[in-house]
Write a protein that binds this ligand. Sequence first.
Ligand code: HEM
Length: 453
Amino acid sequence: MLDLLSFTSFSICLCLVLYLAQNQIRALSKVLFAKKEVVSDKERKLSSSNPKPSSLYGNSNGTIPKPTPLMINPDEVKNYDDRPWRPFRWPYHQTMSIFKLDINHWLDMDKYYQHYIDEKERIRLKYGEENFGMLPEGYDACVELMETVVDHMVERYPLLFTILKDGDWQTAGKVLKNEVTGEVLDMTRPLKDDPLVYVSKLAKEDFYVVLKNPQDGLHYMVAGAVPFPGGSFFIKDKLGNHIDTIHRDVPYYEKSLKKSMERWFGRMRPEDPVERASWYITWDAKLKVSNIYQTEKFFPNMEKDLEETDPRQFNVRVERQTLRRLPKTGAIIFTNHPIYYSIEEMKDEPMIPSILKKIIHEGPEDILKYKNFEMVRDKLSPYLDELIQRQKDLGLITDETPLKTQPNYPFAHWVKDNINVSENEGWNNPGTGYDKKHMKTEGFDASKLAGNE
Ligand code: HEM
């Protein structure tokens, strides 16, 4: 009897304890969730005044991306094609048009690598500060850039770059062999050369270094290794300038770019690299000054040269660009890399000739002027018409195919699902107008260049 009583009271107590505990847990969980809500409310408020980049523009998971190895050897580089850019949009609006960058493509490799590195060296020695410059306040950022480029090249292309002496960057530095050019680069401390010189012997991109001025909070260019500006400007005129001044001549900058760019620079994080591309048309494949930007003073035969050129030799010069922030100095690194694609090699790509023709005739007025489209369009129109008709005859397009930005923008339609990509050869254009072995720089002769190139 006593046992039964004590069991009953024990059970009641247990139930009471469980009930109380359950309520306590419920109450506690309410507090926890309420806290979470409060925190996320707060976050929401913070993020609305200082928005984080959306995932469209970057990884945003807090880690600085690292490249994966691409096992191509120095011989294979000679046959390697880079991603095929087709940054043609219709309607043509001036916007930031940035995309998340897969870090593997920060510093790309292709069959023109040796030519670009040779040209960088030639232009640096011949033109010096016209294309290369650094302000004292940019030094630390340039050193960080050099270290980042070396680390990237070694990780991404292990068969093309060999570390011969592996010291710590801060104290000892490294010695590296570029297996493509054969050059050994001694980057042990103290550095024997300007950090941008080493960078230029490693990567085929042009580099711009931008820092925020703590006094006015605005972004200025503090250094640049820019041998391939294409001819429309020189780096010595841009060095030390604010980003707005640098873009002063860019059409619709004030109206369409200025605000979003300054906001973007302010919030950009090291883990969110992006890329973009712009383009123009010319009838050469020169790197420092394209024919289209060659001035009469240096190239008096320009008009005659243009007249005599077969339209099949016309190229689109794509300026492929990336932006990333370095974690230590906070510098923004802007890279630019010209790649030439002939109109002929794109002739089997649906709507490409049609969009090109539309843009060079009906694009925004200031863009037509800035890119000198007026100079080439009469020459190109009959050729583009021929290609458009050819696409209709082949059934690639019809009269009803809408003229608009293509679905695989900013790349060629044939890279969809990476069908035409091979590990050792890169991207293989399947079009009938393309020959993989053909080099647009064949027969390049520096002694024949005009006075300003
Ligand atoms: C998201 C960032 C950026 C955007 C959207 C942007 C956009 C543009 C555009 C639209 C042009 C005209 C070229 C064309 O369309 O063919 C241009 C030119 C140029 N950009 Fe940028 N840019 C950016 C960042 C930078 C940075 C960081 C620098 C480095 C200092 C820079 C330096 C230049 C230079 C030197 C030119 C040539 C200007 C001239 O013709 O005098 N850009 N940019």
